[in-house]
Design a binder for this molecule. Structure first.
Ligand code: SF4
Length: 409
């Protein structure tokens, strides 16, 4: 057992380990060579790999309720054994070797029923956190807005359960109090602040700046030029410090905010805006019923960058099937190459999976669209990558896979 400032890891042997936050809630586990990740709503994602042969080698699925109960039962049984026979284990805790600590006791207490009760609390604080960019899975989400201001793309079911609304400053202050109280000592595990839901930056500028000030009064957002070593030192000392504020922005929102307005956001800690560009092809965007055009997305991204905010551009692979393949590759390469992206920016390649309760499959069937296989999508990805002018990783954006099926908050 080993305690770090924000995570307690309990290793049973080389094939089994668990890690917990400071409240004693399970974060993740490695059991018999398989990875598990727990979300705050107490869902558990099981992830494993297979080797050799064609097709995807990474797999994942959420545990069913009975599997989850069994999984936590085994975990608690193991922890209780350690508590009963500490001499059989190597223990290094804040309270000294050869003793279990209060932190460990909290992990034992957080059995299946306690974690389910905890999940109930999170459901009262948040509307479901539908999606985050992959580098923001460990952010502190603040829902200063709810839903998507557009909410009509054929392929998207993230916010179908709610109407778009901008919260009042009073509501945001109450939300922050509830979030801070819920995370408590485990706040330090969170690395950044993420403004949710889909279009948080859409709100009128004055209101947005007021929200950013409220957030800065509530949390330590460190300056952009703070050295990584200094941040690590403060985190090691147990401090909850956040390396910036992040958010999604739609290109149709990004287009109407000015460079000066992005600069104001940057000055208050906004570091990166994530854009679901999906494709540079107007024809494909129209098919997906997503507003915007290549010119608008390029204009928006270059304005955001000029304002001092970094960009994460998300490209869909396989949307529109084989029928849109060529135009999607051509126009997406052109759009990305017109953006002034640098080493602080990200391009994400996200395989397209039709979501439940969306109109996409009906619309695609009516149009006679031929879907793309995993191999087709790899081929599409390779052709987009090959066309990009950012071939030198020392000067260009980082290119990152984004599998939305692995998201849990
Ligand atoms: S893809 Fe983005 S803009 Fe379209 S409905 Fe979903 S959240 Fe809204």
């Amino acid at each position: 057992m080993k305690a770090k400032p924000h995570a307690l890891s309990v290793s049973i042997d080389t094939m089994t380990s668990y890690s917990f936050d400071r409240k004693g809630r399970l974060i993740g586990a490695y059991v018999d060579g398989i990875n598990y990740k727990r979300g705050l709503d107490n869902s558990v994602l099981r992830k494993w790999s297979t080797y050799g042969g064609p097709g995807p080698h990474r797999h994942r699925r959420k545990l069913e309720d009975n599997e989850k109960r069994e999984f936590f039962h085994e975990m608690t049984k193991t922890l209780e054994h350690i508590r009963e026979f500490p001499d059989e284990y190597t223990i290094e805790t804040p309270e000294g070797r050869k003793s279990t600590c209060r932190w460990f006791e909290r992990a034992v207490e957080h059995n299946f029923d306690a974690l389910e009760a905890d999940a109930e609390k999170i459901r009262r604080i948040y509307k479901p956190v539908s999606i985050l960019p992959p580098d923001q899975y460990y952010s502190l989400v603040l829902q200063i807005t709810e839903g998507c201001s557009y909410n009509k793309c054929t392929f998207c079911n993230f916010y179908q359960d709610r109407r778009f609304r901008i919260k009042s400053p009073e509501d945001v202050k109450n939300h922050i109090c509830a979030v801070t109280d819920f995370f408590g000592e485990s706040l330090g595990l969170r690395k950044s602040v993420f403004l949710a839901d889909a279009n948080a930056l859409i709100m009128p500028q004055r209101r947005l700046l007021e929200m950013l000030e409220i957030i800065r009064d509530s949390y330590t957002i460190i300056a952009d030029d703070t050295r990584k070593k200094e941040i690590a030192r403060r985190r090691r000392a147990g401090e909850a410090v956040f390396d910036g504020i992040y958010s999604f922005i739609d290109l149709f929102t990004g287009d109407y905010k000015s460079e000066t307005q992005f600069r104001e956001m940057a000055e208050l800690g906004v570091r990166r805006a994530y854009i679901g560009m999906e494709s540079g092809s107007k024809a494909l965007l129209e098919f997906l019923e997503k507003p915007g055009s290549k010119a608008e997305m390029v204009g928006a991204v270059n304005k955001i960058k000029a304002g001092g905010v970094d960009v994460g551009a998300i490209v869909l692979l396989g949307a529109g099937g084989k029928d849109f393949d060529e135009i999607h590759v051509e126009e997406t390469v052109d759009a990305l190459n017109r953006m002034r992206l640098d080493t602080d920016d990200f391009i994400y390649f996200s395989d397209f999976y039709p979501q439940e309760e969306t109109r996409y499959e009906t619309v695609a069937a009516e149009a006679g669209i031929e879907p793309m296989s995993w191999e087709d999508r790899r081929n599409q990805e390779q052709r987009i990558r090959a066309g990009l002018r950012y071939q030198d990783p020392k000067t260009g954006p980082k290119i990152i896979p984004y599998d939305i099926r692995e998201f849990l908050y």
